[in-house]
Design a binder for this molecule. Structure first.
Ligand code: 13P
Ligand code: SF4
Length: 311
């Protein structure tokens, strides 16, 4: 892929004028990853959004990610280049539904995956990402019941990991990522039959059956780290296909095989170079969160950021 230099130069110029930084998720189209100042997973992006000295953050990802940046850094202008880039999983639970659940399980602590709305985060005690979900739950007393929303598969993964250590159960909300659940057991088995030497690494948002066939269950940031430290030369990758660009770029001598070519997040692919330019030119689309919601949501994010990841 050859980057359109004209567009790249325009973005660089606008970025300077606006004192802007471009943050991109690992699932973004290759050309967006290539022009970003920082590319990472949800946790890395939240940390970067918190520490940047820029006045403007152009968030190349989906809405909940930009919203998280706006919650952490209200003094900065956070722009999402496509106002329709949402996350269907985040839309699978509302604050009202969570509040009803809390009324049923009154003693439970609520841990919400960062893939959720600001309103849901505001109703939660702790936020987490796929990088630190286990550590966040592990930081709670082992007699503390946990409501985990909205991803049942990440929740199931955490519950499984914590089984021996915890005395009380998990209440899982039945949300899921439509992109990750299309990866099937057969996809993994076929890829493994074709490349028996390859290491299978999958995202915790995959189904339990798929995770059961994997050697490594990792967030996108952890996949990048794991491959860097591995002597293996071939990897079967069970997550959104955009990560393959990031993996290849950092490991040109290794081979990466997508577990399924159907694992494409259409919302992540809505961001284009032209939209990044329009975003910087017209300062669109500003992502803001009402102050009362922001303060409550920030509490759950701050509690997450206080828990150190173990890898
Ligand atoms: P990561 O935090 O692992 O990058 O995952 C974000 C996401 O949306 C997965 O679908
Ligand atoms: Fe949401 Fe899934 Fe897309 Fe991630 S890959 S943003 S969880 S729909």
């Amino acid at each position: 892929m050859v980057l359109d230099q004209r567009l790249v130069e325009k973005i660089q110029k606008l970025k300077k004028q606006r004192n802007a930084v471009i943050l991109a998720h690992n699932y973004q189209p290759a050309e967006i990853q290539d022009i970003a100042d920082f590319c990472g997973d949800s946790l890395g992006l939240s940390i970067e959004a918190a520490k940047t000295g820029a006045d403007v953050i152009v968030f190349c990802g989906v809405e909940f990610m930009a919203e998280t940046a706006a919650i952490i850094s209200p003094q900065k202008t956070v722009l999402l280049p496509d106002k329709f880039a949402g996350c269907p999983m985040a839309d699978m639970i509302t604050a009202e539904q969570l509040s009803e659940l809390k009324n049923v399980y009154r003693e439970a602590a609520v841990v919400c995956y960062v893939n959720s709305s600001a309103q849901v985060k505001a109703e939660s005690d702790y936020c987490c990402t796929s990088s630190n979900a286990v550590e966040v739950v592990d930081s709670l007393p082992d007699t503390q019941q946990v409501i985990f929303v909205p991803d049942q598969h990440l929740g199931q993964y955490v519950a499984e990991k914590m089984k021996a250590a915890r005395h009380v159960g998990f209440v899982l909300w039945p949300g899921y990522c439509p992109t990750h659940v299309v990866i099937t057991e057969d996809d993994i088995k076929e890829a493994k039959a074709k490349y028996p030497d390859a290491i299978v690494m999958v995202h915790p948002e995959c189904t339990e059956a798929v995770k059961g066939l994997a050697e490594q269950i990792l967030s996108t940031g952890q996949m990048l780290k794991f491959v860097k430290g591995s002597s293996a030369k071939r990897f079967i990758v069970g997550t959104e296909v955009g990560i393959i660009h990031a993996l290849k770029k950092r490991n040109p001598n290794a081979e990466f095989i997508a577990a399924s070519g159907r694992a494409v997040c259409p919302n992540m692919k809505k961001i284009t170079l032209d939209k990044v330019i329009a975003s910087l030119e017209d300062m669109q689309y500003k992502i803001t969160v009402p102050e009362d919601i922001r303060i409550k949501a920030k509490r759950s994010i701050d509690r997450m950021l206080a828990v150190l990841p173990s890898r």
